[in-house]
Design a protein around this ligand. Structure first.
Ligand SMILES: [Zn+2]
Length: 58
């Protein structure tokens, strides 16, 4: 039986901050809108990024 790696991997638990990509620590993490960040600041950074990407599309 060959492993099917082409299939979409099951949603892995997010282990890194979306903004700075640092590994998230269990104690210190900021959860917002279904995503994890290491700090509130990083959440804001990611939020800003998403905003800019949205604007760039238009
Ligand atoms: Zn971070």
């Amino acid at each position: 039986m060959a492993q099917d790696t082409t299939k979409q991997a099951p949603q892995e638990k997010q282990t890194n901050c979306l903004a700075c990509n640092k590994p998230l620590r269990k104690i210190k993490q900021y959860y917002r809108n279904g995503k994890y960040f290491c700090t509130k600041k990083c959440w804001r950074v990611a939020l800003q990024k998403a905003k800019e990407e949205k604007n760039a599309k238009e």
